[in-house]
Write a protein that binds this ligand. Structure first.
Ligand code: SF4
Length: 320
C-alpha cells in the first residue's frame, strides 16, 4: 500500500529493532550533498542486469546517493550473503532480521555480472552473517574465485564484516587473494555503543592489522562517516590507530540519515573540513585518502585502486 502509513509500516518491518526508537527529524541537505535523480540508460541497464541475475547491491540497499553516477558507469557494489543483516547498526539502511538461506549459486552469478559489465575493478560486500559458522567467509572466498575464473582481468576489492571473531574466517578470505581488503571502522570508538552496537572498535582495528600481517602485499582500506557527533580530535586519533595497523587507504564521507528511526545527523561537515581531514590523513602517511561529503567506501574504487598501485610503487622507489 503506497500511503504514508503504508510506507511507515514497511520501514519499521525493514528494521524491526528500530521500531521503538523515537523519531529524529531528517535534516534538509545542504547544496553540496544534492545529487541528480538516476535516469541514464546505463543506470537502467545495470539495474536490469542485477535483477535478471537476482543480485543485491549495497548501492540500493543502503540508499546510496551516488547510485546515478556510479551505475551510469556500470559500477555497482554487489552485496552477497542475502539482503538481511543479523546486526542492528543505527546508521545502516540494510534490512535486519532473520537472514536468508545461503545461496550456493550466488558466487557464480556475481562472477557472471562482473564479466557482463566488463568491470576493470569490482567491490564485493555483504551483510553481517553472525548466524553462520564462518560468518560467511567461505562464501566470500568462493565469490573471489568465481570472479577470477569468469573475469581474470578484473581486480577485486572486498568490503567485509568483522566475522564476529570466528576462528579462521579472516584467513579464509585473505587466502582467496582479493586485491584490496576493506573493513570499515565506521565511526570513532566513543560512538560505537550507539552507532555500531554489535561491534568492537579494537576488534575491527585488529582485524585490519591481521590482514596486513597475513599478506603484506594486500592493500588494506577502511572508512568512517562523519556528522554522527564525533569530535575532530577523535577523527585524528582514528587516523593514528589506522596507521598503526598499517592501513593504506582511508575514506571519509558524510553520514546521511536513511529514516527518522535511524541515528540523527549531528551536523553536516563542510567541504572545507573534509579537505582539512584529507590533509591530516596525507600527513599521517596513508598511501591514499578520499575525503568528501559524498565519499563512500566504493565510490570511484576502480580509479582509486589504480592510484593506490602508483602510490605504493612511488613509495617503494623512494625507499630505494
Ligand atoms: S558509492 Fe558505492 S555504494 Fe554508492 S552507488 Fe557507488 S558503488 Fe554503489
Amino acid at each position: 500500500m503506497n500511503t504514508p502509513s503504508g510506507i511507515a509500516a514497511s520501514r519499521s518491518l525493514r528494521h524491526p529493532e528500530k521500531a521503538h526508537r523515537p523519531d529524529s527529524p531528517i535534516l534538509r541537505k545542504p547544496d553540496w550533498l544534492r545529487v541528480k535523480a538516476p535516469a541514464s540508460p546505463e543506470y537502467q541497464a545495470t539495474r536490469r542486469l542485477m535483477r535478471d541475475l537476482a543480485l543485491n547491491t549495497v548501492c540500493e540497499e543502503a540508499a546510496c546517493p551516488n547510485i546515478g553516477e556510479c551505475w551510469k558507469q556500470k559500477h555497482a557494489t554487489v552485496m552477497i550473503l542475502g539482503r538481511v543483516c543479523t546486526r542492528a547498526c543505527t546508521f545502516c539502511n540494510v534490512a535486519t532480521g532473520r537472514p536468508d538461506l545461503l545461496d550456493a549459486h550466488e558466487p557464480g552469478r556475481v562472477a557472471e555480472a562482473v564479466a557482463a559489465l566488463g568491470l576493470a575493478h569490482v567491490v564485493v560486500t555483504s551483510v553481517d552473517r553472525d548466524d553462520l559458522d564462518d560468518g560467511g567467509a567461505g562464501h566470500f572466498a568462493q565469490t573471489i574465485t568465481a570472479i577470477r575464473v569468469a573475469a581474470p582481468g578484473t581486480t577485486i576489492e572486498v568490503l567485509t564484516p568483522d566475522f564476529l571473531r570466528k576462528d579462521g574466517a579472516l584467513e579464509t578470505v585473505v587466502a582467496a587473494k582479493p586485491d584490496v581488503f576493506n573493513h570499515n571502522l565506521e565511526t570513532v570508538p566513543r560512538l560505537y555503543a550507539e552507532v555500531r552496537p554489535g561491534a568492537r572498535y579494537f576488534h575491527s582495528l585488529r582485524l585490519l592489522d591481521q590482514v596486513k600481517r597475513l599478506d603484506p602485499a594486500l592493500f588494506t582500506k577502511s572508512g568512517i562517516m562523519v556528522g554522527l557527533g564525533e569530535e575532530k580530535g577523535e577523527v585524528l586519533q582514528v587516523m593514528d590507530d589506522l596507521r598503526t595497523a598499517e592501513v593504506d587507504f582511508l575514506t571519509i564521507g558524510q553520514y546521511l540519515q536513511p529514516t527518522p528511526k535511524h541515528h540523527a545527523i549531528a551536523r553536516f561537515v563542510t567541504p572545507d573540513e573534509f579537505r582539512g581531514y584529507a590533509g591530516f590523513a596525507a600527513a599521517k602517511g596513508f598511501l591514499l585518502v578520499s575525503a568528501s561529503p559524498l565519499t563512500r567506501s566504493s565510490y570511484h574504487a576502480g580509479d582509486d585502486f589504480a592510484r593506490l598501485r602508483v602510490a605504493r610503487a612511488a613509495k617503494l622507489a623512494a625507499a630505494g
